[in-house]
Design a protein around this ligand. Structure first.
Ligand code: ASN
Ligand code: ZN
Length: 333
């Protein structure tokens, strides 16, 4: 094979068998994607310092679907980074996390039994643990989209990571992470409004979060109340996650891709919904044009109404439904 951009094949823990854009350098294939800002994936080999070792080998076939094969989580991470790149580019015209064409890198096998994943703006990189017993890597595609979207928020609205703005920061990552999962539309991972449902992080089959009814996790808020900003940001996010679900799909029981939702609403409000594609456009425009570091829930309502007005016109159904969906989560009726 010639030097440069190649198409390999990977089998991840969660993505199934997928094509991967790789690099042939000096006869070795690398998990590096020159077609998407040079995004690459490294192996931390259970360490916690440094940036790990670039995945490289003599064949262009990666992973076997088992977490015990170190390449499998790397396939998920590399494919998830690629899907996130494509989602932002093709949905919003955004050229990478900072809109500068530069790809972030991913680090897998961080630490041992590490049950989290995180974005770090200082290295412009994302990191995945392997979960309990090192057998539940946090490499599901909605988590990839979630973490990389922290980088987008850091490059745009810069929502402070505490109080209501922190909840909006977290919700932005869940919203965009879910957008990535629907964009990828993998047979092995039917897209849905739950976060991390394939990982089994809790060991009892439950996802990390439910956007249709956030309180199903036992901690998140379904709707706004004074003091919601005192919750951990992964729980105060429930208000905006729920808003986004309702704006996308509307209220009432429904089954989508085999997932059953029955989203409660505050104040007896019924929401029609405008579809996920438009809801994503509204949220992205609000994030990038109107939200700031101190935006709270009341200001997020204004930001999304402004965004929908720009996109669809002041007297549009979309603007009206944005207001209705906020009322359904008890924000500014
Ligand atoms: N996985 C977590 C998150 O992205 C890490 C954190 O607490 N910031 O929200
Ligand atoms: Zn987060």
């Amino acid at each position: 094979k010639s030097e440069g951009i190649q198409t390999g094949t990977g089998t991840g823990v969660f993505v199934g068998t997928v094509p991967l854009t790789t690099t042939n350098s000096g006869g070795q294939y690398q998990l590096k994607d020159a077609s998407r800002g040079g995004q690459y994936t490294t192996n931390m080999n259970n360490g916690t310092s440094g940036n790990g070792t670039l995945f490289a080998k003599s064949s262009d076939t990666w992973g076997n679907g088992q977490a015990s094969n170190p390449e499998s989580a790397a396939v998920d991470a590399q494919y998830g980074a690629g899907a996130t790149w494509d989602f932002y580019k093709n949905t919003f015209g955004r050229n990478g996390i900072r809109n500068d064409g530069v790809g972030a890198f991913s680090r897998v096998h961080y630490d041992s039994n590490y049950t989290n994943a995180f974005w770090d703006d200082s290295c412009f990189c994302m990191t995945y643990g392997d979960g309990a017993s090192n057998t539940h890597p946090l490499t599901e595609i909605d988590v990839s989209g979630h973490e990389m979207s922290h980088g987008v928020t850091a490059a745009t609205a810069k929502l402070n990571y505490s109080g209501e703005s922190g909840g909006l920061n977290e919700a932005t990552s869940d919203i965009m992470g879910t957008g990535v999962e629907f964009y990828a539309n993998l047979p092995s991972n039917p897209p849905n409004y739950w976060i991390g449902e394939l990982i089994n992080l809790n060991g009892n089959g439950t996802p990390l979060r439910y956007m249709d009814k956030p309180s199903k996790d036992g901690s998140s808020a379904d709707s706004w109340y004074s003091g919601v900003g005192n919750l951990d940001v992964h729980y105060s996010s429930g208000v905006a996650n729920h808003f986004f679900y309702l704006l996308s799909e509307g209220s009432g029981a429904k089954t989508i891709n085999g997932f059953n939702y029955d989203s409660p609403t505050a104040n007896g409000v019924t929401v029609a919904g405008i579809g996920r594609d438009k809801a994503l456009q509204v949220w992205y425009k609000a994030l990038t044009a109107y939200m700031t570091s101190t935006t709270d829930y009341a200001a997020a309502r204004t930001a999304t109404i402004n965004a929908a007005t720009d996109l669809y016109g002041a007297n549009s159904t979309e603007v009206y439904q944005v207001g209705v969906a906020w009322a359904a989560v008890n924000v500014g009726q």
